[in-house]
Design a protein around this ligand. Structure first.
Ligand code: NDP
Length: 331
């Protein structure tokens, strides 16, 4: 077996001009860690698109192997929790940002960052879910903790065709919620209804500056868009409802007022997947194993090979990717 493997490396020159190349590396070239994992599957998240194109400052150490998540098998370990052959998942913890990430045949990481892959979830399916889907589940868990049951009323999902949005719709529908999907791609309405959306609305309804309070339309929301969209979601949430905010596809600003909070007791729930504690990650992955329909996951994901990663990174930022993309490292 060859000890070398392909890796995508992003670099910066003296003028901070970013470039990306495919290099051949060995384990000795990797960063410090106590577990070496053979990467079997990974994915392209929005954040990976930012890292590869340099459109936003995601990478904080140069050069960097991007890729914020992977599924694989432990090759060697000096960590007490892991032994060769263990099936693992990694999401976040700065991989692909400050620590060499997933776009390489092997990755050396801190064993504390890994979680065991549930037996019923294959490496491929774990990455069809990926950080986007795991974040969707964190958002659903946050709404549940806030008492948002199907009886309370509809749940809105923005960025519906994206990775977070499409998985959120699938999970919420399976749990019995009436899901209102908001999208800029109305032509994808049949796809969104197939995932479980009961209503599909044009995102233009939410993306422009709105009133401090509007008609109460949903008891909860999963928002991967931010900006005016998040402000309008809050303004149209029913009394005592909640919005889980996890993304910024429209913008990182929040041009809102306090009116939904102080007149309707609406809550804004912040969702972070990167530094989420291990127990919460394990809960989210256990729930993914039971509450995400495998057939729907197959319909919302496409599989490509290592050589397609860079093109896909550009496509995701241009809003051209539907659902989730899985990188099969053997392809
Ligand atoms: P995707 O690119 O797959 O999906 C984003 C979706 O947002 C698009 O498909 C599109 O959906 C919609 N969208 C794009 N541009 C705009 C715009 N200008 N205005 C309104 N809607 C827009 O990305 P992901 O689903 O992977 O990630 C979504 C967001 O969540 C990103 O901002 C990402 O950084 C963030 N994120 C945060 C995490 C966390 O830990 N908090 C973890 C993972 C992701 P449509 O075509 O249906 O309108």
């Amino acid at each position: 077996m060859s000890d070398t493997f392909k890796a995508i490396l992003v670099s910066r020159d003296e003028d901070k001009k970013q470039s990306v190349a495919v290099e051949t590396l060995s384990v000795d070239d990797l960063m410090e860690g106590d577990v070496v994992v053979n990467v079997e599957a990974t994915t392209v998240n929005y954040k990976d698109g930012l890292a590869i194109t340099g459109r936003s400052p995601v990478v904080r150490r140069w050069p960097m192997i991007p890729g914020i998540d992977f599924a694989g098998t432990v090759e060697s370990s000096e960590h007490p929790d892991w032994k060769p052959g263990d099936k693992v998942i990694l999401n976040g913890w700065g991989t692909g940002e400050t620590h060499y990430g997933a776009y390489a045949g092997k990755s050396r990481v801190n064993g504390d960052w890994l979680i065991a892959r549930p037996e019923s979830v294959s490496a491929h399916d774990a990455m069809a879910v990926g950080t986007a889907g795991y974040t969707a589940m964190l958002s659903v868990l946050a709404l549940e903790r806030h008492g948002i049951t199907p009886e309370r009323g509809p749940v809105a999902v923005t960025g519906a065709n994206g990775g977070v949005g499409s998985v959120a719709i699938s999970i919420l529908a399976k749990l019995g919620h009436h899901v209102i999907a908001s999208t800029g791609r109305m032509s994808e309405e049949p796809f969104l209804r197939d995932l479980g959306a009961s209503e599909v609305i044009d995102r233009a309804e939410l993306s422009e500056p709105g009133r401090p309070l509007g008609k109460e339309r949903w008891a909860g929301a999963v928002d991967s868009v931010g900006s005016h969209t998040l402000a309008n979601l809050l303004a149209q949430t029913t009394y005592g409802g909640a919005v889980a905010a996890c993304g910024l596809a429209q913008g990182f600003d929040l041009p809102a007022t306090v009116m939904p909070f102080i007149l309707r007791g609406v809550s804004l729930l912040g969702i972070d997947s990167v530094m989420a504690p291990k127990a919460l990650r394990e809960e989210a992955w256990a729930r993914i194993a039971t509450d995400l329909d495998a057939a729907k996951l197959a319909r919302l994901s496409t599989t490509i090979g290592f050589d397609d990663i860079i093109d896909t990174a550009h496509a995701i930022l241009d809003g051209k990717v539907r659902g989730r993309v899985v990188i099969d490292m053997a392809k």
